[in-house]
Design a protein around this ligand. Structure first.
Ligand SMILES: *[C@@H]1O[C@H](CO)[C@@H](O)[C@H](O)[C@H]1NC(C)=O
Ligand SMILES: *[C@@H]1O[C@H](CO)[C@@H](O)[C@H](O)[C@H]1NC(C)=O
Length: 222
């Protein structure tokens, strides 16, 4: 069963500062050489000037340079459909429109472009709380996948959709969490840059199940 938010306190973690910016595919900005390995860009916005940097410093992004190996459409859906869908909405409890296996393929193919392999275990729409807790524990204490890749993982999970409303409706903005509206950033990672993971964010991370449920729910068309 899917459960709502929980407050988690007393976690001791190594906090990593994270530097990464998310660009909006719609305006296709030019990525500077210095940003080639930190900034996220869409395959629709080729950045050939990054080839050298990518080869040397972030080879996991090679596919982005080599053209669309895995076409991932990260455009925002332009308008609301005229007929209300029977899924992915507040009325349907944000029941996802896509199966987990289809959505997971999309998630992972995006991660193959933006996230190094040691973090791919996070690239799965998992929303059973026991399992997400185990994943987060591996993430935070395992020391393999750096937290600096979190914004790219969230970016891939959301497929550039804004899932703020779902997260709000599932209490991720609850005052009980005692972190203000901070967690909502993780539900629209393209809208708000997540450049640093602080202690407060750990409370948000322990609601990963909510974030993943809403991200999966946001994929309403392929
Ligand atoms: C989150 O809740 C606070 C009050 O608890 C409210 O002021 C704020 O507008 C809410 N954020 C969003 C994005 O709705
Ligand atoms: C995302 O959606 C929320 C609520 O639906 C809205 O307040 C917010 O401005 C949106 N973010 C962006 C970047 O459009």
């Amino acid at each position: 069963m899917f459960r709502r938010c929980v407050l988690v306190t007393g976690l001791v973690v190594a906090l990593a500062s994270v530097s990464s910016a998310v660009n909006r595919p719609a305006d296709c900005p030019k990525v500077t050489i210095a940003e080639c390995c930190s900034r996220l860009w869409s395959e629709r916005c080729p950045q050939p000037q990054c080839a050298k940097q990518v080869n040397r410093r972030c080879p996991e992004r090679k596919a982005l340079i080599q053209s669309a190996l895995h076409p991932v459409d990260l455009r925002r859906s332009p308008t609301k459909p005229t007929v209300a869908p029977k899924c992915g909405t507040a009325e349907t409890g944000y029941h996802p429109c896509t199966t987990k296996s289809v959505a997971n393929k999309l998630f992972l193919s995006c991660c193959e472009l933006y996230v190094p392999p040691e973090c791919h275990f996070m690239c799965e729409y998992e929303y059973e709380q026991d399992k997400t807790k185990a994943m987060l524990t591996t993430l935070v204490t395992g020391g393999k996948c750096s937290l600096k890749h979190l914004s790219a993982i969230l970016f891939c999970a959301s497929q550039n959709r804004n899932n703020t409303k779902c997260c709000e409706d599932l209490d991720l903005n609850s005052s009980q969490l005692q972190v203000g509206s901070r967690c909502l950033r993780m539900c629209d990672p393209a809208g708000s840059t997540i450049d640093r993971i602080t202690k407060e964010d750990i409370t948000c991370l322990y609601n990963w199940n909510v974030i993943m449920y809403c991200a999966h729910s946001g994929i309403t068309e392929m």
